[in-house]
Design a protein around this ligand. Sequence first.
Ligand SMILES: [Zn+2]
Length: 79
Amino acid sequence: MSTVKREIPTDRHITYQFQTRTCGKANCTQCSNGKKHGPYWYAYWYEDGEPKRCGGYKRGKLRTAYIGKVRPQDAIEKK
Ligand SMILES: [Zn+2]
C-alpha cells in the first residue's frame, strides 16, 4: 500500500463531505457517462487567513484532503 494522504490538521475545524467526484481525465469512461467516482469521504478546512485592518481575519484558502470510503470517526452525520 502506498496511498498518499494529505495531512489533515488537528487544530482546525474540519468539515467532512461524502461525495462523488470527477477525476478530470478527458478519456475517463466513468466520468463521461456521468457516473463519476466514489462516493468517498473528503475533509475540508480553511488555512489561516490574513488579518484585516478593520479587525478579524480574512478567510484563508480552502483545502481538501481525500479520506476514502471509511467514514471518519469525528464526522457527524447532519441533515
Ligand atoms: Zn473519472
